[in-house]
Ligand binder design. Structure first.
Ligand SMILES: Cc1ncc(C[n+]2csc(CCOP(=O)(O)OP(=O)(O)O)c2C)c(N)n1
Ligand SMILES: [Mg+2]
Length: 648
C-alpha cells in the first residue's frame, strides 16, 4: 500500500478505536481523537523519536497530551506503535484497574509522560520538560541529551490562564525544541468557541515570542511541512494551529459539542465507519498493515536509542559520572554551617545557608522563585540565572507566575535527571495549587518551598498571612508538609525533601527569627518527637510555635506542672510511624496543640478533649511581636490557657 494509503488506514483505525472504546465503556471523549488522528499519525509516524521497547529511555522525545480528555488517542498511538499497552487494555478503557484511565495517568514505562486532564497543566508542564532538556544538554552535551517536547493542546488549554503564563516564559526563554499542535476546532463543551474565545491566537503567541503556523489539521502533507518548519527553527517555541473538525468523519456528530464527551451511539459509529470505508464489525479491528506501518515507523527511534546507549557507554568519565549522579542520586547528608542553640534565625535564612551545600551534593538541584528570591532566600548561585545565554545555570527566574512555576517544576521533576524546587510566600500556594495537586497525583518529587508561613510575617497583613493553607494542604494525599521548628529541623527537612523520590514535599519556613532549640533531626525525620519530657500535660507544636511551647513549658514547670513538649514538624511522617511510637510521643497526659494556623484537623492529634490553640479568623497588619501578643502566641499567654484548661 502506498504511504498515504496506509497512513489514511492508520488514521481511520485510530478513529474507529476511539469510537469503539468509548462505545464499550459507554463514556469518554470520541471527538478529539477523531479530530486529531491525522496529526497524531503524522507526528508519531514521521517525527517522534521514541523506542516502544524502552519507553522511558532518557533521550526520547517527550509527548504531552494536554487535552487529556482525548486519552483514547494516546492509548491508540501507544498500542499501535508497540508500546506495552495491549489491546485488552484498550478494551478495558476507563475500567477499574486498567492502565487506560479516563484521563492519562503518568506511567513512563508505558509511554505516558504525565497525568493530564486538568486543562492547561500539560501545556505548562511541557514547558518545564523543555527547560529540563536545554539545561541537561548544556551540562551533558548534545551527544547525551538532544530531544524535543511535543504537545497536543486544545481550546480549553489556551483559555486557561496558566497557558499564558507558561507561554510567556517559554517565549522569553527561547525554547526552540518545544512544539505544540493546537486542535483549533472552534468547539468546547458549551458550544462554539465564538461564545467565549474570540482572541487572535496566532497574534497572541507571536507577541509572546513564539513562531506560529496555521494549517489544515486533516492534511497529512501540511502537517508534515509545518512540523518540519517548526523543527528547523531553533530559537523559538512553535505553535502549529491546526484547523480541525471535532469527531471528523462522523456524518452527524462532526462539528458538534456533544461529540466532545459522549459516545456517538452504535448507529452513528456504523455510519462513520461506513463513510470511511472501514469494517463496521468486528469492533476493535486493526489491520495487520497498520501494525506493520508503525513498526517500520518506530525503527529509526530504536536505532537512535541504540546509538545513544553506545555514546553513553563511551562518554568521557566526567560526563558519565555526572550522568550517574543526576539519574541515580545518592542519599543526602547535609552538614550545615553549624547552628548554635540559642542563636536566633528565621528558618528561611537557615534554609538559605544550606543551598550551596545542597547544590554541591545534589547536582540535579535546580529551581527558583516567583519574583521573590530576596524574600524566599532560595539562591544557588547569585551570579547566574537560567536564560537562553546560560542554559546551565541552576537558578530559574519564574517571574510573577506561581501557577506556571508549579507546572514547570513538575515538568522538570517528571522529565528525569533533576531535583527541582519552587519558592514563594505560603499564602500564594493558592495560586499554584492545581500544580501542587498534580505533583501529588503523579508522585512527582517536586519540592515546594513556602516561606512567610504564618501570621508572623507581620505588617503585610491578612492578604499575605496564610491561615487555612496548612490544614488544606495536609488534606492532600501523598504531599508531605514539613514545618521545621528551627534551623536544625530545617536541615533535617531539606534532607527529607531531597531524599524523597516518590512524591512532593512542602517546606514551610518562617519570615521571622526563631531561636535554635535543642531539637532532634532524627526525631524530626519521624515526623514528631519529644523535645522535652513531662507528665502532667503535653504541648504539641509545629514550626515557630515550638519555641512558644518551650517558653510556656518553663512557666508551667515553675508552677509545678510537669510539661512535655512535642515538636511535630510533619504529620504525614508521624502517621507513618507505628502506634507504639506515636502514643509514646504523645503520652497519656492532656494534650494541647499550638499552631498559628486554622485549627482544622488538630483533633486528630490533640483528641476530642484536647485544647487547640489555632487561628480561626484572618490575620492582621501589625508587627509580628504585636500579633503574637494579641493572638496569644506567647509563652505567658499559652501557659495561662493551659493552666485554665487543666483546672477546668
Ligand atoms: C481545568 C479544567 N476545567 C474544566 C475541565 C472540563 N473540561 C474538559 S474538556 C473542556 C473543554 C473542551 O473544549 P476543548 O478544550 O476545546 O476540547 P475539545 O472539545 O475541542 O476536544 C472542559 C471545560 C477540565 N478538564 N479542566
Ligand atoms: Mg475545542
Amino acid at each position: 500500500m502506498a504511504k498515504n494509503g496506509i497512513e489514511k488506514l492508520a488514521v481511520d483505525t485510530i478513529k474507529a478505536l476511539a469510537m469503539d472504546a468509548v462505545q464499550k465503556a459507554n463514556s469518554g471523549h470520541p471527538g478529539m481523537p477523531m479530530g486529531m488522528a491525522e496529526i497524531a499519525v503524522t507526528l508519531w509516524g514521521r517525527f517522534l523519536k521514541v523506542d516502544p521497547a524502552v519507553p522511558d529511555w532518557p533521550d526520547r522525545d517527550r509527548f504531552v497530551l494536554s487535552n487529556g480528555h482525548g486519552s483514547m488517542l494516546l492509548y491508540s498511538m501507544l498500542h499501535l506503535c508497540g508500546f506495552p499497552l495491549t489491546m485488552d487494555e484498550i478494551r478495558n478503557f476507563r475500567q477499574w484497574g486498567s492502565h487506560t484511565a479516563g484521563h492519562p495517568e503518568i506511567d513512563q514505562k508505558l509511554g505516558i509522560e504525565m497525568t493530564t486532564g486538568p486543562l492547561g497543566q500539560g501545556f505548562a508542564t511541557g514547558v518545564g520538560m523543555a527547560i529540563a532538556e536545554t539545561h541537561l544538554r548544556a551540562r551533558l552535551g548534545e551527544d547525551l541529551v538532544d530531544h524535543r517536547t511535543f504537545g497536543f493542546v486544545s481550546d480549553g488549554d489556551l483559555m486557561e490562564g496558566v497557558s499564558a503564563e507558561a507561554a510567556s516564559l517559554a517565549g522569553r526563554f527561547g525554547l526552540g525544541k518545544l512544539i505544540y499542535l493546537y486542535d483549533d476546532n472552534d468547539i468546547s463543551i458549551d458550544g462554539s468557541t465564538d461564545i467565549t474565545f474570540a482572541e487572535d491566537v496566532p497574534k497572541r503567541f507571536r507577541a509572546q515570542g513564539w513562531h506560529t503556523q496555521e494549517i489544515d489539521g486533516h492534511d497529512l502533507e501540511a502537517i508534515d511541512e509545518a512540523l518540519e518548519a517548526a523543527i528547523n527553527l531553533e530559537d523559538r517555541p512553535s505553535l502549529i494551529i491546526c484547523h480541525t473538525h471535532i469527531a471528523h468523519g462522523a456524518p452527524n456528530a462532526q462539528d458538534t459539542a456533544a461529540s466532545h464527551g459522549s459516545p456517538l451511539g452504535d448507529e452513528e459509529v456504523a455510519l462513520a465507519k461506513e463513510a470511511m470505508g472501514y469494517p463496521v464489525q468486528p469492533t476493535f479491528h486493526v489491520a495487520p498493515e497498520v501494525y506493520e506501518f508503525f513498526e517500520t515507523a518506530m525503527a529509526w527511534g530504536k536505532e537512535e536509542r541504540a546509538t545513544w546507549a553506545s555514546r553513553l557507554e563511551t562518554a568521557d568519565e566526567d560526563k558519565r559520572a555526572l550522568w550517574e549522579s543526576l539519574h541515580s542520586p545518592a542519599p543526602v547528608e547535609l552538614k550545615g554551617p553549624g547552628f548554635g542553640v540559642g542563636e536566633k534565625m528565621a528558618t528561611r535564612s537557615a534554609s538559605s545557608k544550606l543551598f550551596a551545600e545542597i547544590a554541591e551534593q545534589v547536582p540535579g538541584f535546580i529551581g527558583g522563585s516567583a519574583d521573590l528570591v530576596a524574600s524566599t532566600k532560595t539562591v544557588i548561585d547569585p551570579k547566574r540565572r537560567y536564560s537562553p545565554s546560560d542554559r546551565a545555570a541552576r537558578d530559574i527566574p519564574f517571574g510573577v507566575r506561581e501557577h506556571a512555576m508549579g507546572c514547570i517544576t513538575n515538568g522538570l521533576a517528571v522529565h528525569g535527571g533533576l531535583k527541582p524546587y519552587a519558592a514563594t510566600f505560603f499564602v500564594f500556594s493558592d495560586y499554584m495549587r492545581p500544580a501542587v495537586r498534580l505533583s501529588a497525583l503523579m508522585s512527582a518529587p517536586s519540592v515546594w518551598v513556602w516561606t512567610h508561613d504564618s501570621v508572623f510575617l507581620g505588617e503585610d497583613g491578612p492578604t499575605h498571612q496564610p491561615i487555612e493553607h496548612l490544614p488544606s494542604l495536609r488534606a492532600m494525599p501523598t504531599l508531605w508538609m514539613i514545618r521545621p521548628a528551627d534551623a536544625i529541623e530545617t536541615l533535617a527537612a531539606w534532607e527529607i525533601a531531597l531524599d524523597r523520590h516518590d512524591g512532593p514535599v512542602g517546606l514551610l519556613l518562617t519570615r521571622q527569627d526563631v531561636p535554635v532549640l535543642e531539637t532532634d533531626p532524627v526525631g524530626a525525620k519521624k515526623g514528631g518527637y519529644v523535645l522535652q519530657d513531662g507528665d502532667a500535660v503535653t504541648l504539641i507544636a509545629s514550626g515557630s510555635e515550638v519555641h512558644v511551647a518551650v517558653d510556656a513549658a518553663s512557666i508551667l514547670e515553675d508552677q509545678g506542672i510537669s510539661t512535655r513538649v512535642v515538636s511535630l514538624p510533619c504529620w504525614e511522617l508521624f502517621f507513618e510511624q507505628d502506634e507504639e511510637y506515636r502514643s509514646g510521643v504523645l503520652g497519656s497526659a492532656p494534650r494541647v496543640a499550638i499552631e498559628a494556623a486554622s485549627p482544622f484537623g488538630w483533633e486528630r492529634i490533640a483528641g476530642q478533649d484536647g485544647l487547640i490553640l489555632g487561628i480561626d479568623h484572618f490575620g492582621e497588619s501589625a508587627p509580628d511581636t504585636v500579633i503574637a501578643e494579641k493572638l496569644g502566641f506567647t509563652g505567658t499567654a499559652v501557659a495561662t490557657r493551659v493552666r485554665d484548661h487543666l483546672s477546668a
